[in-house]
Design a binder for this molecule. Structure first.
Ligand SMILES: NC(=O)c1ccc[n+]([C@@H]2O[C@H](COP(=O)([O-])OP(=O)(O)OC[C@H]3O[C@@H](n4cnc5c(N)ncnc54)[C@H](OP(=O)(O)O)[C@@H]3O)[C@@H](O)[C@H]2O)c1
Length: 324
């Protein structure tokens, strides 16, 4: 495992996303469930992963509850990152939301507390005033944001009057413009956290017009028959590179993301085997020519045209410079 600095802490460049834990959308209760959480966490610990990303909204609190139930409150291996929902961003409501998360997590404090999405009607000054209090009371070690453009991230930092250490964004070979957009911020201790680094499993290469994912993903535009055709070219380049490294296509997806400086990837995983495979992506050193080939095919990828989902429209409205 490779580690980078997150404030004074060393954080693994591959973390464990915990949205799937407690979320039916991801097959919770059918493909995996409460009996599997402890094995997932053990696999992460054994592989050197020390960052877990959750949110109050994941499984309506079930993700945090499961982590709380499966991790001792004095565990000092994992750094726990959670998020406040956009409707809890007033000064006192963000503090109440953090207290509820800590209760579910059964911990006295968390390492990173992130604003899950911007809220255009709530001034950042109010949110950050609440965050400041949380830091002052040692309930939250570091403050982060998510789905923020660079300009909004900088504004959040001015509002906090201190380091807003991370911005968690949708970044994968299918969304290559995100890193260049945030790169000017990625110095002086700032870190970008890449969510959906395998494009929700699409970049594992196992899905196509015959093999569909389980659960609600099948309805997403990325997993449509038309889009499989567009992703195919990206996967072909990935497959060639995977073969040269005796690696998995999913590992090439992650190796490309974490080849960028000050970037952490937080793939979701449903089995210890997936956790181990994801962690092993840190062993892959992509050559300059492999990076160039991946950059090129990634830049040329165009998603199949679709009617934007309300969530996408909201993202564009909130962050006008967000169309990465
Ligand atoms: N801040 C935000 O707005 C936001 C939004 C989305 C996600 N996130 C965070 O980012 C994390 C990860 O994102 P994500 O879950 O959307 O997407 P992802 O990590 O790109 O994909 C996760 C899915 O890929 C498959 N997978 C995982 N490891 C694999 C492997 N080694 N080989 C083959 N398939 C593998 C699994 O599903 P199958 O095996 O069923 O295919 C897994 O559930 C979330 O858990 C959450 O913490 C944050």
């Amino acid at each position: 495992m490779r580690y980078i600095k997150l404030g004074s802490r060393d954080v693994s460049v591959i973390g464990l996303g915990a949205w799937q834990i407690g979320t039916r959308y991801w097959g919770w209760g059918t493909e995996f469930g409460p009996d599997n959480v402890s094995a997932l966490l053990d696999a992460a610990r054994d592989a050197g992963i020390n960052l877990i990303d959750t949110a109050e909204i994941y499984g309506q609190g079930e993700s945090e509850l499961q982590l709380g139930a499966n991790l001792p409150s004095n565990d000092d291996h994992f750094l726990i990152a959670s998020k406040a929902s956009p409707w809890h961003l007033g000064a006192s409501s963000v503090q109440r939301a953090a207290a509820r998360s800590l209760q579910r997590l059964q911990r006295p404090s968390m390492h990173l507390y992130q604003v899950h999405f911007p809220n255009v009607v709530m001034p950042l000054s109010r949110t950050m005033s609440g965050m400041r209090n949380l830091q002052r009371e040692y309930l939250v070690e570091q403050v982060g944001v998510s789905n923020f453009s660079r300009a909004r991230w900088a504004r959040a930092e001015r509002a906090l009057g201190a380091l807003v250490i991370t911005n968690q964004v949708d970044y994968s070979l299918l969304k290559p413009r995100v890193f260049p957009a945030l790169e000017p911020m990625l110095d002086d201790g700032h870190v970008m956290i890449a969510y959906s680094p395998m494009a929700m499993g699409l970049l594992s290469g196992k899905y196509n017009t015959e093999q569909h994912p389980t659960g609600a993903r099948v309805k997403l535009p990325g997993f449509s028959a038309r889009n499989y055709v567009n992703v195919r070219r990206v996967l072909e380049v990935m497959e060639g590179i995977a073969k040269a490294h005796t690696a998995l296509v999913s590992q090439i997806a992650l190796a490309w993301v974490i080849a960028h400086p000050n970037v952490i990837a937080i793939p979701g995983a449903k089995s210890p085997e997936q956790v181990r495979q994801n962690a092993e992506a840190t062993d892959i050193q992509l050559s300059e020519s492999e990076m160039a080939a991946l950059d090129e095919v990634s830049e040329s990828y165009k998603p199949a045209v679709h009617i934007p989902r309300p969530f996408e429209v909201a993202k564009w409205v909130v962050n006008r410079d967000y169309r990465w």
